[in-house]
Ligand binder design. Structure first.
Ligand SMILES: Cc1cc2nc3c(=O)[nH]c(=O)nc-3n(C[C@H](O)[C@H](O)[C@H](O)COP(=O)(O)OP(=O)(O)OC[C@H]3O[C@@H](n4cnc5c(N)ncnc54)[C@H](O)[C@@H]3O)c2cc1C
Length: 509
């Protein structure tokens, strides 16, 4: 254990238990049926926990493949078929709940490999390195302040330190009460940081949550700063699978759910919900009906709003849920993913994953041929490279190919040698499914439990009472939904964990 982690433990920067789990039978004492709508991280996490406790669970996934925004599918290329993904994902080490689900299929998490470094690139300023900080606060923050080329001592003197205190004082209730109506942009402006420090140290945060800081709640930014930097004892260390997500995650998790009798159905879109005596009935697009005592809706925000709209019964059974949907169902800005198969490679010292600050479109670069086995083999065979470019919050209405080209050109400003690479193949997508964390959104963000008995929500847009985000929030809410069902049916619940639930100075303010 690093020194910073030892000191961190003393001040509570460690893994915390938010639900001990247990409290019931190892398996449900009588037959219980549950339907989980959505086969992404949230839905499959719920299904794993339910299936293990003997619940007869059916997962209905609309797409032909599982995984949602962490999906992977075979892509036909001129020189053979390759598994392609929805995009590079960093599996941070404080993702305790998501990792506990993944340990079901790989107890040592051997498929996750550390991604060396976490540089932030800029065309204007020297690279900022997030990956080499001590793992736990307060040492990581002190090291950042001392080492960062983007923030010097005179900058700290000029900064409004009073305005910075909320960043150190995250509290699940007070932070939202005080800062949810403010934008992240207003909060950052109030710090009076030099433009460079703001760009290199803070702006990457809001974009990584698929939101522009001018449209993102300041409370959410404080929460994410706490979750990723200040309350987290594991460090800003990125791990990533060395195989595609279908091979490493979705195929083994499907077997895990099916072994005790669960069903995982793809190409099965839920179109409406109705009441049944003793529970619910879910209809799918081919007219099949699935009856169950419990339903978990683990779909993305626009899909949840559409499903609620298409289910008139919820007007009477879950009026509060219905009332939240018009605001909740509006996703954040579109995001774009472009995977380029190139002739030739970029410089050998370029990082496997880099964040990008202040380019108009480009937010990150991943060198897949240095990350994943199948891509590595393709690159060795052809002498080429596979470069994936992401824009996490881009201009609406721009076609995917145009965004891909803008990102490629912006990359050449950062890495000039990229201009010499000839494009062999491109797969580009633009989508809008990520939750919006707009100012005031905490008031209408739904939690896992709805106002209808036996109906639960899960996903990365669903509220948790402890710090969580993205993949970790999807997994945590899936487990919490399963726990509600297990407790109602007399079976043992699953433990749920968190980073330090409050900011270091939360007690002082
Ligand atoms: C490009 C990109 C990069 C990312 N990078 C990271 C990262 O580095 N780290 C990180 O933590 N997170 C990252 N994320 C975010 C992460 O992918 C999400 O937080 C997470 O996958 C959300 O999981 P979910 O289960 O809540 O939702 P989803 O993955 O959206 O799953 C919902 C599922 O429901 C299905 N569905 C929708 N409607 C219906 C219906 N009517 N019937 C049946 N099924 C339906 C969908 O097809 C989908 O499979 C990234 C996301 C993207 C897009």
């Amino acid at each position: 254990m690093a020194l910073s982690q030892v000191v961190g433990r003393l001040i509570g920067v460690r893994r915390h238990v938010v639900d001990r789990g247990g409290g019931g039978a190892a398996r449900v004492p009588r037959p219980v049926e549950a339907v989980v709508v959505g086969g992404g991280i949230a839905g499959m996490s719920a299904a794993v926990v339910l299936a293990e406790r003997g619940v007869r669970v059916t997962v209905l996934e609309a797409a032909p493949t599982l995984g949602g925004r962490l999906g992977a599918w075979p892509e036909a290329l001129p020189d053979g078929t390759q598994r392609t993904e929805h995009g590079f994902h960093a599996f941070f080490r404080q993702y305790y709940n998501w990792r506990s689900i993944l340990r079901r299929v790989d107890p040592r998490l051997g498929f996750l490999r550390p991604v060396p470094g976490y540089p932030i690139l800029s065309a204007e300023w020297p690279t900022e390195e997030f990956g080499k900080l001590p793992p736990a606060s307060p040492f990581n923050l002190l090291a950042l302040l001392l080492r960062s080329p983007s923030l010097r001592l005179p900058d700290l003197r000029g900064m409004d330190r009073e305005a910075a205190l909320p960043l150190l004082s995250y509290h699940a209730v007070r932070t939202y009460a005080e800062f949810d109506e403010m934008t992240a942009d207003e909060l950052l402006t109030s710090l009076r940081l030099p433009d460079r420090a703001r760009a290199m140290l803070f702006e990457v945060f809001s974009h990584s949550f698929f939101n522009h800081e001018a449209e993102m709640s300041a409370a959410e930014m404080i929460a994410q700063f706490h979750f990723y930097l200040l309350g987290n004892p594991e460090g800003l260390v990125l791990d990533a699978p060395d195989e595609d997500y279908a091979t490493a995650i979705w195929e083994p998790l499907t077997r895990h759910v099916e072994r005790p009798g669960g069903r995982v159905l793809t190409g099965a879109a839920a179109t409406r919900l109705d009441r049944e005596p003793g529970g619910w009935r879910v209809t799918t697009d081919d007219g099949t009906l699935y009856a169950a005592g419990h339903v978990v809706l683990a779909v993305d925000p626009p899909a949840l709003a559409a499903l609620v709209r298409a289910s008139p019964v919820l007007g009477g059974a879950a009026p509060e849920l219905v009332a939240r949907m018009p605001a909740f169902g509006r996703p954040g800005p579109p995001y774009a993913v472009a995977r380029y198969w190139m002739d030739g490679d970029v410089r050998p010292d370029r990082a496997v994953f880099s964040g990008v600050s202040r380019q108009a479109t480009l937010d990150s670069v991943t060198l897949y041929h240095r990350l994943e086995n199948e891509s590595r083999r393709w690159a060795e065979r052809t002498g080429g490279s596979i470069v994936e470019l992401h824009a996490y919050a881009c201009e609406p209405g721009v076609p995917a190919e145009e965004l891909a080209e803008r990102m490629r050109v912006e990359l050449t400003e950062l890495w000039p040698e990229a201009a010499d690479l000839r494009v062999r193949e491109l797969r580009a997508r633009v989508e809008a499914q990520a939750p919006a964390f707009t100012p005031g959104s905490h008031a209408w963000r739904p939690g896992v439990r709805t106002d209808a008995a036996g109906l639960y929500l899960a996903g990365d847009g669903i509220r948790t009472d402890f710090p969580s985000a993205l993949m970790e929030r999807a997994a945590a809410t899936g487990i919490i939904a399963a726990n509600h069902i297990l407790r109602a049916e007399g079976a043992a619940a699953e433990p749920v964990h968190s980073v330090r639930p409050r900011g270091l100075l939360a007690g002082r303010r």
